[in-house]
Write a protein that binds this ligand. Structure first.
Ligand SMILES: Cc1ncc(COP(=O)(O)O)c(C=O)c1O
Length: 361
């Protein structure tokens, strides 16, 4: 059995939309896509009058080089959000198969499942007060019991911050072989010392890894994310994707951030974020009213507070917007704070220090 047996049976030989850019014919006068024969006077860029290649080869190759995988194992799309949606649609029959998630976690897994009519089975992370951990045994049990086709693991976890041990992820994939695809969402992977699950793909065709240019690479507006998986599965996902997912200006921006100079600068920024993360965590951890600061492998920290609502409002009053995660399971007293510039982090620390004075007064 291969991972292809986990794909929805009705989609295994689904051809998808045959766009004008998919046909492998060549010529110098292109009249097959009802594009304008003239460029727009307001822009004057001839490249923009044409539909883009569905997977611009230069971009796909540069991404595959950076992530250390074969080109045919990588599909680029509109952020990793789109990859999540494609996986749910290609693997789960509406009303039939489930997904397993480990809350508190990134909300889009459940949103995509709901929109597709797919049940969401929750196996909460286990919080010992100092860190959140995944209960891999219960994830396996839930998967088998519910007939789930997909497990979404977030590593490093949003909003909890912790990266998952790679050996446990590999062992889960082994046990769920022929049962489900284990998706490892590494949106914050650059900020973590844990190796990528992409290295597990040769041994485990039921692992799919999500990466994005939105976080460490500072390109959220271009909406470029990828799924790295078995080449056959990637082909199926592409057939389920919209005809032209990568806008040409976005592909150009992505190629620019993938240049060696830009990547070196990104690595330096990541080191700065990691240092600032430690500084912010230490400063907030020393404030009265802060119950816990969770260790983070991402570009954010999760804090528990005696008066989370007051802290959120005080930050807002100071013009600082953080993520209020109090609605999430088990996080009724928590806020998630992205790591900013040193100056921005100083302002956050200043608000917490002022709160401390008020509480102490
Ligand atoms: C864990 C996680 N996965 C995926 C995404 C979506 O990222 P993208 O911008 O690539 O769609 C986010 C965005 O916040 C995230 O936190």
């Amino acid at each position: 059995m291969s991972v292809m047996d986990l794909v929805r049976e009705d989609l295994r030989d689904f051809a998808g939309y045959q766009s004008a850019r998919k046909t492998r014919i060549t010529g110098d006068v292109w009249l097959n896509a009802n594009e304008s024969a003239w460029e727009n006077a307001g822009i004057g860029d001839a490249a923009l009058r044409r539909y883009p290649d569905p997977q611009p080869p230069a971009l796909r190759e540069a991404l595959a080089r950076m992530y250390g995988c074969r080109t045919e194992c990588l599909l680029a799309g509109r952020g990793s959000d789109e990859a999540i949606d494609l996986l749910v649609r290609a693997l789960c029959r509406p009303g039939g198969d489930a997904i397993v998630v480990t809350p508190p976690t990134f909300g889009m897994y459940a949103v995509c499942a709901r929109l597709h009519g797919v049940p969401v089975v929750e196996v909460p992370l286990v919080d010992d007060g100092r860190a959140f951990a995944c209960d891999f045994e219960r994830v396996e049990e839930a998967c088998r019991a519910s007939g789930a086709r997909l497990v979404f693991l977030c590593s490093p976890g949003n909003p909890v911050g912790a990266a998952l041990p790679l050996g446990r992820v590999a062992a889960l994939a082994t046990r769920l072989r022929d049962v489900a695809v284990v998706v490892v969402d590494e949106a914050y992977g650059e900020f973590s010392g844990t190796a990528s699950a992409i290295g597990l793909l040769d041994e485990h065709d039921n692992i799919a890894v999500l990466r994005t240019l939105s976080k460490a690479h500072a390109l959220a507006a271009a909406r470029i994310g990828v799924v790295v998986a078995d080449a056959g599965l990637v082909e199926v996902l592409q057939r389920c994707q919209s005809p032209y997912p990568i806008a040409t200006p976005c592909a150009d921006a992505a190629l620019a951030v993938l240049s060696s100079e830009a990547r070196a600068a990104t690595s330096a920024r990541v080191r700065e974020v990691v240092a600032e993360r430690a500084r912010l965590a230490a400063a907030l951890g020393a404030c009265a009213g802060v119950r816990a600061v969770y260790p983070s492998d991402g570009n954010f920290i999760l804090v528990r507070l005696a008066h989370a609502g007051d802290a959120f409002q005080s930050l807002l009053d100071a013009g600082i917007v953080v993520r209020d995660v109090r609605q999430q399971r088990g996080l009724g007293d928590a806020l998630r704070i992205s790591i900013g510039t040193p100056g921005q982090n100083d302002r956050v620390i200043g608000v917490f220090a002022a709160l401390e004075e008020r509480v102490g007064a």
